[in-house]
Design a protein around this ligand. Structure first.
Ligand code: PEP
Ligand code: MG
Length: 537
């Protein structure tokens, strides 16, 4: 079984299922007063539980994580939820349980119907609150976990923050969810508590039996059921090794990324949205070398509005203070589908109508994004780069659109940053070969080895049959990379690398020798890369 790892690591423990609440439906009472007082009692108990959890979380995970319970406390007494519950009891004679179910479900549905992925996830918070209040009303224990001292792996269709935090800190080993939810608070909490967690595991999880001993291998992204004692011993060793390694990396926070002989490189992080800010800061990345903005266009029914984008981009820039953030404009198409954009299905999507090719034709969508970035850029240090550039003309067209947007913003009297540097992803061989011509026009290069490798070697980056041929250390790819870095040096153009190769020590060694300015990778890899850089002569 496998899924999407939201927190790396190894967890060994016993399965504890978190059951969903049984459905209540419409149940009437002939004692309205009693139901109203039961509701009030439950609200008081819930309040004291939440205050306790808030204090506990502040101690164990930090103030920021405890904000979740602050939000629950506010929702608990929110008149837009509480008043209709009371009203349903008084005027329709529903039981407190039945009224809570109805109103919480309506609130959950309301949040789920919203387009903003962040707000959508708030449905999970309401669901958590519903479970708490209804749990108290029905007399069910909230901790839900047995009294054994074995480490516990929580398994559920969906886990709420309370489920994780009612467990003794030392006992909670890992979490598995059938559904996805990268921006869910549960994922955020798992990350800050350092508990291995995999989401989007699907229905396969239902085969896991309560109490069974299992392993989450959050390094390989696998869930191993029914392991032998020998397997368990091996995973215990793997866990110890991994934890010792991670712990030692903290020593590299605050240090510069410089070799023994004084060659320095900036180590930045790749992000997909505001939910990654914390990981950037925690891992002491020096900036964001790639913000894959296309993710904010996904899982919705229409493109994010300009206002939504300004909000998201500003939050990121403000959250990262002085650090530079490179916004890659929407790189849609290829393996990243967005249904509402109506890109027809193609025989060769990776060679097709995507990224900048789409943006230069659908200029409304492109201009909205550029406008949002330029306006948000007053809040921090932003750069813009265009994906899938194959010719200088394409870059010049994109640059002209940026100019147009600036003029429009100036006419409208809106505040924006007028000198955001413009660069390109070097991920198509033609762009690498023509680095010198591009150097006349661009402010910076960022080498995207994920695509550069597939296009140089004609190897589909997704096809597991030919995975052995997909090699970014192939001499042809290295030649192109070297050419771009050296051209950048000669022409005084800043060069970074944001493909996965940037975190490979073999590549890092070469890049530093050639004189690259920056390498950008997943936040979790920043400190180990800094350690490696500092070990180089
Ligand atoms: C790349 O192609 O190397 C890159 C960083 O972009 P993506 O993986 O999003 O295509
Ligand atoms: Mg790419």
């Amino acid at each position: 079984m496998s899924g999407q790892v939201v927190q790396k690591g190894i967890a060994i423990g016993r399965v504890k299922w978190i059951e969903s609440l049984a459905e209540i439906g419409v149940v009437k009472t002939d004692n309205v007063e009693m139901e109203l007082s039961a509701l009030n009692g439950a609200l008081v108990t819930a309040q004291s539980q939440l205050e306790g959890l808030k204090a506990k979380t502040e101690d164990e995970a930090g103030k920021h994580e405890a904000e979740i319970f602050e939000a629950h406390l506010m929702m608990l007494t929110d008149p837009s939820i509480i008043d209709p519950i009371k009203e349903s009891i008084s005027s329709e004679c529903l039981t407190a349980l039945s009224a809570c179910e109805r109103v919480y479900d309506q609130t959950i549905n309301m949040f789920e119907s919203l387009d903003d992925p962040y707000l959508k996830q708030r449905a999970l918070d309401v669901r958590d609150l519903k479970k708490r209040v209804m749990g108290i009303l029905s007399g069910k224990s909230q901790s839900g976990l047995d009294h054994s001292t074995d480490p516990v792996i929580l398994v559920a269709e969906e886990i709420t923050p309370s489920d994780t935090l009612e467990v003794e800190r030392g006992k909670l080993a890992g979490m598995l969810m059938m559904t996805g939810g990268e921006t869910s608070h549960t994922a955020i909490l798992a990350q800050s508590l350092g508990i291995p967690a995999i989401v989007g595991c699907g229905n396969g999880l239902s085969h896991l039996e309560e109490g069974a001993r299992i392993v989450i291998d959050g390094l390989a992204g696998e869930i191993i059921a029914a392991s032998s004692d020998e397997d368990i011993a091996n995973y215990e060793q793997k866990k110890r090794d991994y934890e010792a390694e991670r712990h030692a990396l903290k020593a590299y926070i605050g240090l510069s990324s410089v070799t023994k002989s004084g060659k320095s490189v900036e180590i930045a992080a790749n992000i997909a949205g505001p939910e990654d800010i914390e990981a950037v800061l925690k891992n002491d990345a020096e900036g964001v070398g790639l913000f894959r903005t296309e993710f904010i266009y996904m899982n919705r029914t229409q493109p994010p509005t300009e206002a939504e984008q300004i909000d998201i981009y500003s939050r990121i820039l403000k959250g990262l203070g002085e650090k530079t953030v490179i916004f890659r404009t929407m790189d849609i198409g290829g393996d990243k589908e967005v249904s509402y954009l109506n890109i027809p299905s193609e025989a060769n999507p990776f060679l097709g109508y995507r990224a900048i090719r789409y943006c230069l034709k659908e200029t409304d969508i492109f201009k909205t994004q550029i406008s949002a970035i330029l306006q948000a850029a007053v809040s921090g240090n932003a750069k813009i780069m265009f994906p899938m550039i194959s010719s200088v003309e394409e870059f010049l067209k994109a640059k002209a659109i940026v100019q147009e947007v600036k003029e429009e913003l100036a006419q409208e009297g809106k505040a924006f940053c007028g000198d955001v540097p413009l660069g390109i992803m070097v991920e198509i061989p033609s762009a690498a070969i023509l680095a010198d011509s591009f150097a006349d026009h661009v402010d910076f290069f960022s080498i995207g080895t994920n695509d550069l490798t597939q296009y140089t070697l004609a190897v589909d980056r997704q096809n597991s049959e030919i995975a052995d041929l997909y090699d970014y250390m192939h001499p042809a790819v290295l030649n192109l990379v070297k050419h771009v870095v050296q051209t950048g040096n000669e022409r005084n153009v800043w060069v970074g690398m944001c493909g996965n190769a940037a975190a490979d020590t073999r590549m890092i060694e070469k890049l530093i020798e050639w004189g690259i300015d920056e390498i950008s990778m997943s936040p979790a890899k920043v400190l180990e890369s800094r350690k490696f850089v500092r070990s180089l002569a």
